[in-house]
Design a protein around this ligand. Structure first.
Ligand code: ADP
Ligand code: MG
Length: 178
């Protein structure tokens, strides 16, 4: 489903080039749960940002289904991100001005109200769905973020250290939900 081939990515800082990804290849099949592990600074976030096309790559291929992501126009990419990818970040990235329910609903274009309520039920956040992020716990924030990543039935969920900001037990619960 996802195929990454010989991906190279470097950052240019002033006159210095930092090579971060030096020929990364991987495949992810439908239904597969893949964890990328490595020390801080080894390039995990860079890899995820390349796969989501948030940052340009130097060379290599990124295929989602039979589409080459690097060749897509900005418009087409925006559609792929919205419809085929779900994102979960270490620091949740919830919008403070929206309630839990509204945050989950955000990626849905139309007709998502019922889906948001269903996800609130599945994730055990129904009782707090009208609260704002500032009023809920870290575990509840991350459950909201995972629910939001699912609202558009993505092909692929990309999660960058989704348990990094949580204690051990809450982190375990989030992994189980994923
Ligand atoms: P990880 O997520 O595994 O901790 P990162 O992908 O965030 O690692 O970072 C990999 C390396 O790339 C680090 O050495 C980091 O300093 C460097 N790096 C990350 N983002 C940038 C950037 N925008 N500009 C320059 N260097 C960067
Ligand atoms: Mg990182």
């Amino acid at each position: 489903m996802l195929t990454v081939k010989d991906l190279h990515k470097s950052y240019q800082v002033g006159k210095t080039t930092y090579e971060v990804l030096k020929g990364v290849s991987l495949t992810v099949e439908k239904g597969e749960f893949v964890a990328v592990m490595g020390p801080s600074g080894s390039g995990k976030t860079t890899l995820l940002n390349c796969i989501s096309c948030y940052i340009p790559i130097n060379s290599g291929e990124i295929m989602l289904g039979d589409r080459q992501l690097a060749n897509l126009s900005e418009d087409a990419l925006a559609k792929v991100r919205n419809r085929q990818l779900g994102f979960v970040f270490q620091d949740f990235l919830l919008l403070d001005g929206l309630t839990v329910r509204e945050n989950i609903l955000l990626p849905a274009i139309i007709g998502g109200e019922q889906a948001a309520d269903r996800l609130c039920g599945i994730f055990g956040i129904g009782a707090i769905r009208n609260k704002y992020p500032a009023e809920i716990s870290g575990g509840e924030k991350q459950r909201t973020a995972v629910a939001r990543a699912l609202i558009n039935h993505p092909l692929l969920i990309l999660a960058d250290e989704p348990t990094g900001a949580l204690d051990y037990n809450t982190g375990k619960a989030i992994l189980k939900l994923l």
